[in-house]
Every structure is written in C-alpha cells, then in structure tokens.
Design a protein around this ligand. Structure first.
Ligand code: HEM
Length: 396
C-alpha cells in the first residue's frame, strides 16, 4: 500500500487499484477495514445500527467527542439533529444568498488587486469563514480567531483517528476557549436575541426539548469546523482542477449556468472529505469480508466517487456529464447538514469567477503542497496566474 503521505496530493491511482483488486481489505496502517466501492460505502452509511458513528467515544477525556453530532448514534443523534435542522434551515441559507454574492465580490476584488495570487490564502480560506461567521452572528472583529480554532479542531480529530489519544496542552486550551466563546455568545443571545443562527440555536425547541449549553456550544463548534475546512478544500480543488482542464473552464466561462453542475462534478472528481470512520457494533460482512464487533471501518468517499461500476469514464473531469449522484456529503442519517450552504457558496463563487476570468494557470514549478490531514483532500497553497476577462491582460 502507498504511504499516507503519498496519498495526500493524488490518492486516485491507488483508489483505482483498490477498487479493482481489493475493494474491502484490512489495513494495519489505518487500524481499520478499508471500503472503496460505492455500493459498499453506501451500505455502511445506511446501516447505522451495525456501523456506529461513535468512533471517538472514550478516546480522550479532554475532548468528549460523544457530545458532537457527527459522533452520535440514535436516539441522541435523532433529537439533536432535529434541533440543529430546526435552526439551520434551507430557508435561512437561501436568505443569505445576496450577502454571499457581496462577500465573493469583495474577496475577488481584493484578490485581483494583488501582485501574486494564492487562491487558498486569498479566497478559499476567508470566504467560507466569512459566510459561516456571519450566519452564526459572530462579530467581524472576532473572525481572525476562527481559522485557528477551526484548524485546531481538525488537528484534534486527526490525532484521535490515528490513535494518538494523549491531548496536546495547546489543543485543550484552544478547544476550551472555543467552547467558552460560544457559551458566552449563546448567553448573550438568550438575553438579547438577534436574527442570527446562534440566536435560533439558543432558543430552538423540538417537542418541548431545548439544547443544553454544552450541546449548543458543541454544535456551534461543529458548524464552524464542518463549514470551513470542507468548503475551503472544495474551492481549492475546483480551481486546481479547472487549471488542469482549461477546456472545461472555457465551457463554464461561456455558459455560467453550468456552475451548479460543475460544482457536483468537482465534488465527485476531487472529493474534499476523502474518508469517514465507523465502528462495527455487531458481527457483519461488507463485500464478502467478515468484520467483528469492535472493528473499525474507513469508507473512502473519494474512491466511491470514481467507482467504474457507477460512472462512465470515472477518471475524466467532465462538467457536462449527465447528473451523477455522488457520496461527497455522506448518506443516511448523518447526511451533511450544510450541503445546501456548501453548494450555494461554491456555485456563487464559480459563477462570479466565470464572469471575470477567461483562464487560470498554475505557474510552472509551483510546489503544490497537500494538506497534512490525510482524510481531507486539499492544498496549503494554490499560486495562480489569471487571465482576466474584464482587462484582457494576464495578471499574476
Ligand atoms: C464541500 C463541503 C462539505 C463537505 C464535503 C461535507 C461533508 C460532510 C460529510 C461527508 C458528512 C457526513 C459525516 C458522517 O457521515 O459521519 C457531513 C456531515 C455534516 N456536515 Fe458537512 N460537508 C460540507 C460542508 C458543510 C457545511 C458548509 C456545513 C455547515 C455550515 C456542514 C455541516 C455538517 C454537519 C453539522 C454535519 C453532521 C450531520 C450529522 O451528524 O447528522 N457541512 N458533512
């Protein structure tokens, strides 16, 4: 098997090999059964009684992740998800559309004014943070603290997943600070509600049950992290992919109505969340491979999205391919709560870029450094040369 480091920039040749030769296999390196094919991945997601999401339970006393929605099973998950859905509605997302467009335009103006563009630094990091912070109702002067908190939470999950259960003091301090920050804000909004998501979470009630302070602050921290890192990587992956496929960008630039279709194809072709874990609760089998209660399973969304059994020409990036449902947002009871927001954000960004950019190029010799987290596919930097539609002259 390739090492985890090799997989970070381009895991796809390895996936193609595994899809063909070992679609379900135990990996000592991951300490888990690896599952690659789309039907098997879907089966694991769908059967939450056999495949529990409580993969972090008891791993670290410092980070009680059993309080996090993603790590819960029913009935706790059902209740909390209903409360979260009550506050985080598609309507609340759609209302944000004009504001999202303004944020995109502001960031693009600033990016185009720069001598050297790093798309990650200049757009894909600040954009989703600005949107989710605004949606939650975070005062703008606190935005700067968010990226650090978001990074810390991702690092904590990564450490726990790779068996490093001893918490780093700086992680404990940052996570406590993050939860405390949200607890204070929730209390403020209970006293003086505003129209934002934190105010709605502070008073949300389903069947007479409201969120406790712990639940609400964990939920805010989840929205912050889930809403940031994933969308940042989706945006970077989109632009990296279009820079590598100028013919596809030309199609989009000529017809910006293809934007939402293009977003789906990027999500399939370069999936930003590559894998998710589950814990086997009762003896079972996947793809004919037996698993026992207590085993861990890693489902590879990135591989499932290129399964030749599901897609014609799976390794081709084609924004005009007929609608091809993918597993990028998961499946079943934990299906991504933020999917409508992520779709809206990236579609808006691509439409705006299509109106302003005729071509992208990654300068020759650029070092595309992958993220350190093996479960996320994305880049630390994305240097770009951009040919602007409005000025007609190249801009770097
Ligand atoms: C491209 C962007 C995104 C991707 C690829 C993504 C992916 C995922 C995936 C795969 C899951 C399922 C986790 C599991 O089954 O264990 C999930 C769950 C979740 N996502 Fe997203 N997500 C994205 C954006 C967002 C955004 C923008 C938000 C909110 C602001 C969000 C909030 C959530 C929440 C709260 C859950 C947990 C749902 C539950 O456990 O019931 N996500 N996401």
């Amino acid at each position: 098997m390739s090492s985890l480091t090799d997989l970070r920039l381009d895991p796809y040749p390895w996936y193609a090999q595994m899809l063909e030769s070992s679609p379900v296999v135990f990996s000592p390196e991951f300490g888990a059964y690896l599952v690659f094919r789309a039907d098997d991945v879907k089966k694991v997601f769908a059967d939450h009684q056999t495949f529990s999401s409580a993969v972090f339970d008891g791993l670290s006393q410092d980070f009680p992740f059993e309080n996090q929605l993603t790590g819960m099973d029913p009935p706790r998950h059902t209740q909390l998800r209903a409360l979260a859905t009550h506050a985080f509605t598609p309507k609340a997302v759609m209302e944000l559309e004009p504001r999202i467009r303004q944020i995109v335009d502001r960031l693009l103006d600033a990016m185009f004014a720069k001598e050297e563009i790093d798309f990650v630094r200049d757009f894909s990091v600040p954009f989703p943070i600005s949107v989710i912070a605004e949606m939650l109702g975070i005062p703008p002067e606190d935005f700067g603290r968010f990226k650090g908190w978001s990074d810390t939470t991702v690092e904590i999950s990564e450490r726990l997943l790779t068996g490093q259960t001893e918490a780093l003091p700086e992680h404990v301090a940052a996570f406590d600070e993050l939860l405390g920050y949200f607890r204070d804000l929730l209390n403020e909004r209970r006293r003086e509600p505003k129209g934002d998501l934190i105010s709605r979470l502070a008073v949300a009630e389903v069947e007479g049950r409201a969120l406790s302070d712990t639940e609400a602050s964990y939920l805010c921290s989840l929205l912050l992290v889930a809403g940031n890192e994933t969308t940042t990587n989706l945006l970077s992956n989109a632009i990296r992919t279009f820079a590598e496929h100028p013919d596809q960008w030309e199609k989009l630039a000529n017809d910006p109505n293809l934007a939402s279709q293009a977003v789906e194809e990027v999500m399939r072709y370069r999936t930003s969340v590559q894998l998710m874990f589950r814990l086997v609760k009762q003896d079972t089998q996947v793809g004919g491979v037996a698993m026992k209660a207590g085993d861990r399973v890693a489902v590879f969304l990135g591989a499932a999205n290129r399964d030749p059994a599901k897609y014609d020409r799976p390794n081709e990036f084609d924004i005009t391919r007929p609608p091809a449902p993918h597993l990028t947002f998961g499946h079943g009871i934990h299906f991504c709560l933020g999917a409508p927001l992520a779709r809206l954000e990236v579609t808006t960004a691509l439409k705006a870029l299509a109106g302003r950019v005729s071509a992208f190029r990654i300068p020759e010799g650029s070092d595309l450094e992958p993220l350190t987290n093996f479960n996320l596919l994305g880049l630390k930097r994305l240097p770009l040369r951009i040919e602007r539609r409005d000025s007609g002259r190249p801009k770097s």
